[in-house]
Ligand binder design. Sequence first.
Ligand SMILES: Nc1ncnc2c1ncn2[C@@H]1O[C@H](COP(=O)(O)OP(=O)(O)OP(=O)(O)O)[C@@H](O)[C@H]1O
Length: 632
Amino acid sequence: MSEKQTLGFQAEVKQLLQLMIHSLYSNKEIFLRELVSNASDAADKLRFEAIANPALYEDDAELKIRITFDADARTLTIADNGIGMSRDEVIEHIGTIAKSGTRAFFDSLTGDARKDANLIGQFGVGFYSAFIVADRVTLTTRRAGLPADAGVRWESAGEGEYSIEAVDKAGRGTEIVLHLREDEGELLNDWRLRSILRKYSDHIAIPIEMLSTPEAADGDEPAPAAVFEPVNQASALWARPKSEISDEQYREFYKHVAHDFEDPLAWTHARVEGRQEYTELLYIPSRAPFDLWDRERKHGVKLYVRRVFIMDDADKLMPLYLRFVKGVIDSADLSLNVSREILQGSKDIDAIRAGCVKKVLGVLEDLASNEADKYATFWQAFGNVLKEGIGEDFANKDRIARLLRFASTSNDSNVQNVSLADYVARMKDGQDKIYYITADSFAAAKNSPHLEVFRKKGVEVLLLSDRVDEWVTGHLTEFDGKALVSVAKGELDLGQLEDEAEKEAQKQVEETLQPLIERVGKALTEQVREVRVTHRLTESPACLVASEHGMSTHLERLLKSAGQEIEHQKPVLELNPAHPLVKKLDAEQSDTRFGELARVLFDQALLAEGGQLDDPASFVRRVNSLMLEMAA
Ligand SMILES: Nc1ncnc2c1ncn2[C@@H]1O[C@H](COP(=O)(O)OP(=O)(O)OP(=O)(O)O)[C@@H](O)[C@H]1O
């Protein structure tokens, strides 16, 4: 037997423990749910490995979890006969937090206990929640398949260090002994423990057993010995009929599969028959996990085959744009030997995935139509992820388009709550297009000079300022037969929104201004592709416009900042003939001063749409000299 070794926790673990003990204290009974949830996962893993290697069952194939307590010793024990852990696994899983994004998580903590409790739930504390009620935790484990003397004992008081030593352990699996804190005596109570288990862990698919409490001996008869009996229903929740599952049970099951502390927003549960037979129980979480944007993060759908757990993070079961979905898919047809590689090109998996995507979209549609508040919560957490679906899932593009929500000039707020259907319903007489603008920020979109004529005519424009929006508009070119058109691209054609008199007047102005247009074009040959008279502006002197089928200047900036080599496309400069600065420019005799003024107008237009000047110092110099002239 090797010597007892004392090791230090990762710095983050210590910090996490302290924080968790304080912030989760008011909800402390959840520690039992977390430990039972881990034990159930360990049983799932054993069952999976035993498909290929039945010897792992070691004559003990009845997987179960046992909860016992010793009132004198003040201990509470959670034991399972699942997969267990080797020494290396204990060190890897129990002494560290092997999660990417952990640093970022700690940086986001505020020090405010209530807010941090929320964050902690999002992070998932799992095993460490034992320290909420225990001042010492002893974990003894042996991995299935290893000999009895390959047991490992891990012990810690949760204060920065843990000890680890080799021990003999006859049965495989994990036993966790909690040495309860002084004031946690109420947990040493049969009735209390049963009620916690029923509340939080009834959905666990294997038996959670406690010793029976025999009735007092009758006369001379000796009291019957206590036996272990299940406290829970011990059947896979998703396989039970819907009518027998309460909302509370659905919610608790979600917390188990999703490792989340919050309730889910909604779920879909169905048994599907047809080409593929399977049961799905899929959930929409109510908030984004801290690592939603981490491409490496695990996916949330677990694959079972006839109740046997096969794998979690099965990314083939959900498209990327639904990566927030959590839950279980249990197939009746797949082989138990199915592997990640087989899933890759499997038509059966494609059929299951297509069916599940439809169910999830159905849940979202239902929320959108019937539970606006919940849908708003969903959109805030996952809207940007769902938007990716527009380019990713051609078959469901229309359904996804109906689920999109945008900010708009209708309320000038950055809350994204306008659907394309709302927009179409509000379109003005004669309007046949859906107008939008993309920009780096909501403020830049809202204040863009390109919106001036739309505001004047009372035409709504969608204000898009999320990075993914360029991707959305690149793939969604029409909705309900109406083209989606950027107000910052191409020649503005307001169609029926302009009457004949307006069009005639514009034509006349264009003709009169032709000499000015040519002169500016010459002065700015380096900067612009074309100069023309604008129909968009009412207050600003000038704006930049991208070509109709080209990349918007905003997209060009995004791609450049992502390190892509993009050939710069010169924009079109549009001038507002009614603006005093443009009039002044037209009247300017000196070619040098004309050139300077034209350049200032161009630079300003670039700044107004969120662009960066090539040569900011010269811009400042030009503006200063103009100001001095005015002051003179
Ligand atoms: N009873 C157990 N049997 C076998 N392995 C276990 C057991 N309990 C914990 N583990 C291992 O320790 C790891 C860490 O557990 P922990 O509960 O801290 O986190 P988690 O379950 O992975 O995720 P979360 O923190 O979101 O709950 C588990 O992933 C598992 O590998």
